[in-house]
Design a protein. Structure first.
Length: 246
């Protein structure tokens, strides 16, 4: 089943960001500038950044599938009765514990991260039930716990309303903005699939094919220029690769 992909404009992204509270503005740029899912953005730690190489290693996310503590008293049992699973910070779903992905961080986004840390610091979390150790960039408003989905949703809706934006725009649209911007400028689908965390590049292509209509023509023009000696194509004489045999 095909799904309609809708994109926010840069003006809309900037307007929403302006109306978010200071400690949460960076969430917008991690999603729009690095392609993170909302759960991945909420779980970003300072340790995941390599500012020298300009990369962010994505290996964790906030989810609502954690283990609930066993209630011990009558009051605790009454409070937890009927509740869902707890919010937790966990390794990426459907990935091995040591498996993540390295995402390029644009210098403009790296500067925003460093400014965020200078202004708001980090929130220290120790290893424990439903938690992974790290210095987190975001926390709840009281700085007593990790950042929950319900808070992000409320802040997002309030900022969109304050910005005067009436049409539906979700946080996930920022991820679509990242992918569409890169692919429309010629970033290879295989690279974008890796940065988005898609296991199969076909998913990326099927989702964002509409922003790459001129890809075949770009290839035809490039190879035509090579074959007519109008441009020099520099390729390595040898390289290692995994080759499938049919």
């Amino acid at each position: 089943m095909k799904k309609t992909i809708r994109l926010p404009t840069l003006a809309e992204i900037e307007a929403i960001e302006r109306h978010l509270p200071g400690p949460y503005k960076l969430l917008v740029w991690l999603m729009a500038g690095c392609g993170l899912r909302i759960g991945e953005a909420c779980a970003v730690t300072l340790q995941q950044f390599d500012f020298e190489s300009g990369t962010l290693y994505v290996d964790r996310q906030v989810t609502q599938d954690g283990e609930n503590e066993e209630p011990k008293t009558t009051v605790q049992k009454a409070i937890t009765k009927g509740r869902g699973c707890a919010h937790c910070v966990r390794h990426l779903k459907w990935r091995d514990l040591d498996e993540g992905r390295a995402v390029p961080v644009p210098p403009t986004i790296a500067a925003k991260v460093q400014k965020h840390v200078r202004l708001y610091g980090t929130f220290r979390v120790e290893e424990g039930l439903n938690r992974l150790e790290g210095d987190y960039l975001f926390s709840n408003i009281g700085r007593t716990n990790i950042l929950m989905y319900s808070l992000v949703d409320r802040l997002w809706r309030n900022a969109k309303k304050a910005a005067g934006i009436s049409r539906r725009i979700t946080t996930h649209w920022l991820r679509h903005f990242f992918a569409s911007a890169g692919l429309s400028k010629g970033v290879p689908v295989t690279d974008m699939a890796e940065w988005l965390g898609h296991r199969d590049p076909r998913i990326t292509h099927q989702t964002y094919a509409h922003v790459m209509p001129d890809a075949p023509e770009r290839l035809r023009s490039l190879l035509d220029a090579v074959f007519t000696m109008q441009t020099e194509l520099e390729l390595p004489l040898e390289f290692e690769a995994v080759v499938e045999t049919v």
